[in-house]
Design a protein around this ligand. Structure first.
Ligand code: NAI
Length: 347
């Protein structure tokens, strides 16, 4: 297909996976290092579609320009879509995404954060390389017998459950749309958030960022948690009020935090800024805690996931230009490919 795709926030690994998969599609893909923003949207003139990632700004102004430039479809190469103004896009330009590329990748990364924070292997690595074989300060706890609270039992949350059960943990879950048949089959219990906060030793966030979930981890919810709780966020940065998290860490209410996402990550994550100063004081403070482990939104980053992302993205764009059914079109509220069918917005 000789359609042109403007590809934003392109990293070497994106190019590699998309170039490989594109051999079977034949799109003309032009890779831009820059994020999509109101400043960079001008380059989209003459393109049929754009391909964007989590930190590209698909706001009202940008959407207006895309439509003006004749861009026909916005293809997200990620599952989350909180960076898109769907109200502005509705009826003007469809938005497709990659709903699942490897839920295992993210669930396994959540586990990597949990185990590293618990057993402090990231610290042990540096110690032993430096000839320091002391283990003082590396004390962990048995995962076995502890309680994990999973917020959001969608694809990723469900991949996490058997791993945690494999450790011998009790698993509590909260989801406004509980899958009770599933819960019974794997022997986990849905509870209200208050009970999950009160009983969990480890809390892991796997819900989307919405107006309801924004800052759900805040002063009030932290107060309800167990002393020494471990919080893992591989969902979206804004699920956590970072200032409240820092207060919780300072007061020792929170025992540790593993963050693959951060509320203001867009200026930092995915970039090598090692010779720059960090001007975000909140991020800088977070990085000083010995019991905080930050990774740079790498939960999705496995070879399998990259391949699936490229394949589904190019399938999505192909479907659109073949005038087919857009199976991965995102609808703002009900998150189903419903825009075409309803002919009216559901929000
Ligand atoms: P999913 O759509 O399969 O599951 C999300 C679940 O959250 C659903 O069961 C839904 O009912 C539930 N939910 C909705 N509102 C909720 C609320 N207020 N409280 C608790 N649960 C709620 O999504 P999936 O694939 O499991 O991904 C979850 C999130 O993980 C995504 O929205 C995305 O933000 C994040 N993600 C992070 C990645 C990373 O690299 N760190 C990669 C992929 C996704």
């Amino acid at each position: 297909m000789d359609k042109k795709i403007a590809f934003f926030d392109a990293k070497p690994y994106d190019r590699q996976s998309f170039e490989e998969v594109n051999k079977e599609f034949g799109f003309k893909i032009v890779y831009f290092d820059a994020h999509l923003s109101s400043k960079t949207v001008e380059v989209t003139q003459g393109f049929d579609s754009i391909c964007v990632f989590v930190n590209d700004a698909v706001n009202k102004e940008v959407i207006g320009h895309l439509v003006e430039h004749g861009v026909k479809i916005i293809a997200l190469r990620c599952a989350g879509y909180n960076n898109v103004d769907f109200v502005a896009a509705y009826g003007k330009i469809p938005v497709v995404r990659v709903p699942a590329y490897s839920p295992y990748a993210v669930a396994e990364h959540a586990i990597a954060l949990m185990l590293s924070l618990n057993r402090k292997t990231h610290k042990a690595y540096y110690r032993t390389r430096d000839g320091n074989f002391a283990i003082k300060g590396l004390l962990g706890f048995d995962m076995h017998g502890k309680t994990a609270g999973i917020i959001g039992t969608g694809k990723i949350g469900k991949c996490l459950v058997p791993i945690l059960k494999g450790f011998g943990m009790h698993v509590l879950a909260y989801d406004p749309h509980p899958d009770t048949g599933y819960a019974d089959s794997v022997n986990i219990k849905y509870v209200e958030l208050e009970e999950l906060y009160r009983k969990s030793d480890v809390i892991s966030l796997h819900c989307p960022l919405t107006s309801e979930t924004a800052h759900m981890i805040n002063r009030e919810s932290i107060k309800q948690m167990k002393d020494g709780v471990m919080i893992i966020n591989t969902g979206r940065g804004k699920l956590v009020d970072t200032v409240a998290l820092i207060e919780g860490l300072k007061s020792r209410k929170i025992g540790s935090a593993g963050l693959d996402v951060y509320e203001e990550e867009s200026e930092y994550f995915f970039e090598d800024l090692s010779s720059e100063m960090i001007s975000d004081d909140v991020l800088a403070r977070l990085l000083t805690f010995p019991n905080v482990l930050i990774t740079s939104h790498q939960g999705f980053f496995t070879a399998e996931a990259l391949h699936n992302i490229a394949k589904t993205t190019l399938d999505n764009i192909t479907e659109f230009f073949n005038d087919g059914y857009l199976r991965n079109e995102v609808c703002y509220k009900c998150e189903k490919p419903c825009l075409k069918e309803q002919k009216k917005p559901c929000f």
